[in-house]
Design a protein around this ligand. Structure first.
Ligand SMILES: C[S@@+](CC[C@H](N)C(=O)[O-])C[C@H]1O[C@@H](n2cnc3c(N)ncnc32)[C@H](O)[C@@H]1O
Length: 191
């Protein structure tokens, strides 16, 4: 699948459900690099991704991760989850067609904790209750030293203020070479 087809899938699904998809196009290379730069691939044994979409971050996670790293992605949209299952055939990857909120039950079943949760769900568009549920679930599945990584578009400054309330020692990296410009957020202390 080339970049143009990926963009078309994204656009089509965005038009069907703008609130859930949250973006008309997959993230730029600059934003993806900034997200994955937070991950120590030498040590990571379990990476969970929320809202992988067409798999632009998933692809990098698979390319960079150790051979024994588990990568578990939770994609709510069935068409996208089916697409990801077809796109990647890698025994390290588990694609779960379910929402991020259900991830705790899956990780408990696999008896693992995550070193990283990488979240691309458009949290700024969700109501407070759902947002807190997703963050609380991420907290529960992360190990003690685990890192939560996410991004916001720069036009949602209120969301940035809100994120600061939910995450202590929040690290913010501004990515201007993305449309729209974005902020990568990372924290070991959520909620
Ligand atoms: C902005 S797209 C992410 C795209 C991709 N990760 C990227 O960076 O190009 C957001 C994705 O989150 C998914 N999503 C929204 N709410 C979700 C939830 N509660 N649990 C899991 N996935 C969700 C959407 O279906 C969509 O694929």
């Amino acid at each position: 699948m080339n970049r143009i087809n990926e963009r078309l899938i994204f656009l089509k699904l965005f038009l069907e459900n703008p609130k859930e998809i949250g973006s008309i196009t997959p993230s730029s290379r600059f934003l993806l690099d900034a997200m994955v730069s937070k991950i120590d691939f030498e040590t990571a044994k379990c990476i969970v991704e929320y809202g992988p979409g067409t798999g632009s971050i998933t692809r990098i996670l698979l390319n960079k991760s150790r051979k024994d790293c588990n990568i578990v992605v939770f994609e709510k949209n069935k068409k996208l989850a089916d697409y990801l299952k077809k796109r990647f055939s890698d025994r390290r990857l588990v694609v779960v067609n379910s929402n991020a909120e259900s991830s705790q039950k899956y990780l408990e079943r696999f008896k693992i904790k995550a070193d990283y949760v990488v979240c691309s769900i458009p949290l700024a568009l969700l109501d407070k209750k759902q947002k807190i549920k997703i963050l609380a679930t991420a907290k529960n599945i992360l190990n003690d030293e685990g890192l939560y990584v996410s991004y916001l578009y720069l036009f949602s400054l209120n969301a940035l203020k809100e994120s600061k309330a939910y995450m202590k020692n929040l690290n913010c990296d501004f990515i201007f070479l993305n449309l729209p410009p974005a902020i990568v957020l990372s924290s070991k202390n959520i909620l």
